[in-house]
Ligand binder design. Structure first.
Ligand SMILES: Nc1ncnc2c1ncn2[C@@H]1O[C@H](COP(=O)(O)OP(=O)(O)OP(=O)(O)O)[C@@H](O)[C@H]1O
Ligand SMILES: [Mg+2]
Length: 248
């Protein structure tokens, strides 16, 4: 088998709040082959965002190792991690995280600016990315001149403009109505078909049903991890899962 794009072993994360230690991840092992579409579910406080931050090289584990595309990134410096994030990973957040006074196209260009890409190439890529998410006619709109669904599509364009291998999305549909949420998921399906590895955190079983693998996290550990053969299986499986309030 080829090298998994993600391989984590014995991952622990403890936050320090003054003298108090808050264990957020308590021994997570996970392998994700390149090109897989994974959904992570679990109750509030179970460690999903903590895991995503480590997968995205925004944070480091307290203990354990993380191999990203075969390279151990658990102990790299901040500068090295920033470089890896910029080249390799696209991020999508619940709250879009766009610059409010900046046009859609300039928001999408921003990560490419940090990469030192020439302006013309940058613009070409940003325009192409916005076209691919159906926003060809919204290039010069600022975030407050766009709907929530459109803002999230700008954020997706920003995430994909640099051709990442891995896209991490933490509750990308959490602030959207169901129709905009489905539009976002249609784009994710498209990215999946292009071979990009996608990891998505969601509380919504219908959203998780778009993925091919569903991992549920409880109290800092992986509770279940299932491959979904088709959408009907996913629906059945999710119906059988205990509701978050029963296990939180
Ligand atoms: N920066 C931090 N400092 C201290 N504790 C933290 C910090 N970030 C998260 N925690 C704690 O770590 C645990 C896991 O938090 P995390 O944000 O990963 O949960 P989550 O599964 O993403 O929850 P939600 O569904 O509400 O987003 C929680 O107990 C939380 O209070
Ligand atoms: Mg979270």
């Amino acid at each position: 088998m080829s090298t998994p794009i993600i391989k984590i072993e014995g991952l622990h994360k403890e936050y320090s709040l003054g003298k108090v230690k808050v264990p957020a991840l308590k021994g997570v092992d996970l392998e994700v082959p390149a090109g897989q579409f994974v959904a992570i579910m679990g109750p509030s406080g179970s460690g999903k965002s903590t895991l995503m931050n480590i997968l995205g090289c925004l944070d480091r584990p307290t203990r354990g190792t993380y191999y990203l595309d075969g390279a151990d990134v658990s102990r790299k410096s901040d500068n090295e991690l920033a470089e890896i994030r910029n080249r390799f990973i696209g991020f999508i957040f619940q709250t879009f995280n766009l610059l409010s006074r900046t046009t859609a196209v300039a928001n999408v260009e921003l990560p490419l600016v940090y990469r030192g890409m020439p302006a013309a190439e940058r613009r070409k890529r940003a325009v192409r990315a916005l076209e691919s998410v159906g926003l060809a006619d919204r290039m010069t709109h600022k975030p407050n001149e766009l709907s929530g669904g459109e803002q999230q599509r700008v954020a997706i364009a920003r995430a994909i403009a640099g051709d990442p291998k891995l896209i991490l999305a933490d509750e990308p549909t959490g602030n959207l109505d169901s129709r905009s949420g489905e539009e976002v998921m249609a784009i994710f399906q498209d990215l999946h078909r292009q071979g990009i590895t996608l990891i998505l955190v969601t509380h919504d079983p219908d959203i998780a049903g778009h993925a091919e693998r569903i991992i549920s996290v409880r109290d800092g550990r992986i509770l279940s991890d299932v491959m979904v053969e088709d959408r009907l299986d996913a629906k059945k499986l999710l119906a059988e899962m205990p509701a978050p309030e029963e296990t939180a």
